[in-house]
Write a protein that binds this ligand. Structure first.
Ligand code: EPU
Length: 340
């Protein structure tokens, strides 16, 4: 039997820890509960918002509709050979617990994505990525329920239109689908070890590890993240607030003349990706605090809530950062956090 709550406090349900209420709120733990909810008048008469663990969202106002928390649980093996395993993971599973579980089974592919906050169902929406790996590399398919028709559909990897922090679920299908499970293909032997990201190599070198196991990679990534990124259980944040912008090579070359130290990574399509954190730091924002809203002291890409900042205060800080980066570099920063 589903339980629809009214005027639900969302502060404990978003990692920014900002105050917001949902007019209605319901946690869905099984497919049957979702079916039941979809027949309910509160569902039929209200707009709805699907929430995982609230780690990529900033509430700037109360939500005058139904918030549905996706808490579907379970991991099952769909297919297995000597060399690989396909697992179907229900969307409400915690992402990092899944990583730990896979590493323990010696299933490789997501160890670089250790310690990313959030649920499994949220992972494909923004194609989570860190330390040289994006989740699209191991996703076989994503299954979800159409919030209007109730039909279940499975999108194969190539149908998900994955890009940098992007997918079909953030675009054409935005807020139309309740993701129910994600199927991943992981390696059982000859893992594709990825230590291309400088910081991983440095840690492994310090530890005199030349042929790391996936466990060692996972540990190294966790160590890096802990040293750079604020722990959302201690200080409100949603990871990177902005995406790293891509600019034309000509624009980058102009900027190099003015700012010789500007970092940039050339991509295949004649563009250069510039770290937003660098741009923000150059504008003097790193470590700045306005009331309880601030820019993290260790990583300028992360906005934080020191205690009681409101969503509007954090968003207003973000807008000020966007304008100063635009003014100094003529680069338009885009937020990757979902603003509501
Ligand atoms: N940098 C600065 N100042 C800072 C931090 C970084 O100038 O305060 C510059 C340095 O030049 C550094 C470069 O930015 O070399 C890149 O920094 P870092 O390796 O920390 O990564 P990032 O580009 O800031 C991205 C992801 C992170 C992910 C890391 C590691 C995005 C939006 N962010 O950050 O993802 O953990 O790479 O792969 O792509 C997240 O999405 O929430 C997230 C934390």
């Amino acid at each position: 039997m589903i339980n629809i709550e009214e005027n639900k406090d969302l502060k404990p349900l978003n990692t920014f820890g900002v105050k917001a209420n949902a007019r209605y709120f319901c946690t869905v733990t099984t497919r049957n509960e979702l079916n039941e909810l979809m027949r309910h008048p509160v569902y039929q008469n209200n707009r709805c918002l699907i929430l995982g663990s609230g780690s990529n969202i900033l509430f700037t106002t109360h939500y005058n509709g139904l918030v549905i928390q996706n808490a579907l649980k379970g991991i099952s093996i769909k297919q297995e050979t000597d060399t690989s395993v396909d697992i179907e993971v229900m969307a409400g599973e915690n992402w990092h617990n899944l990583v730990l579980y896979c590493v323990q089974q010696n299933w490789g592919g997501i160890e670089n994505l250790s310690l990313i906050p959030g649920t499994v169902g949220a992972a494909p929406i923004q194609n989570i990525g860190a330390y040289g790996v994006e989740v699209k590399e191991v996703i076989q398919s994503v299954t979800g329920v159409d919030l209007q028709t109730g039909f279940t559909t499975t999108w194969l990897n190539h149908e998900c239109n994955f890009g940098y922090r992007d997918s079909i679920f953030k675009n054409e299908l935005k807020e139309k689908i309740f993701i129910s499970s994600v199927t991943l293909t992981l390696s059982k032997k000859t893992h594709r070890i990825n230590t291309s990201y400088g910081a991983i190599n440095e840690i492994l070198k310090q530890q005199h590890i030349s042929e790391p196991t996936i466990q060692q990679i996972s540990d190294a990534v966790s160590e890096i993240r802990k040293s750079k990124l604020p722990d959302p259980t201690l200080i409100g944040n949603a990871g990177s607030f902005f995406k790293n912008p891509t600019i034309a090579i000509s624009h980058y070359q102009q900027l190099q003349k003015l700012f010789p130290g500007i970092p940039g990574y050339y991509s295949a399509n004649q563009e250069v990706k510039v770290p937003a954190a660098w741009l923000i730091e150059q504008c003097g924002w790193k470590g700045k605090r306005i009331g309880d809203a601030g820019v993290h002291t260790q990583q300028a890409l992360v906005l934080v809530n020191y205690a009681n900042a409101s969503g509007t205060e954090i968003f207003s800080l973000a807008l000020d950062i966007i304008s100063s980066v635009k003014e100094k570099f003529n680069i338009e920063l885009l937020h990757e956090v979902n603003i509501r």
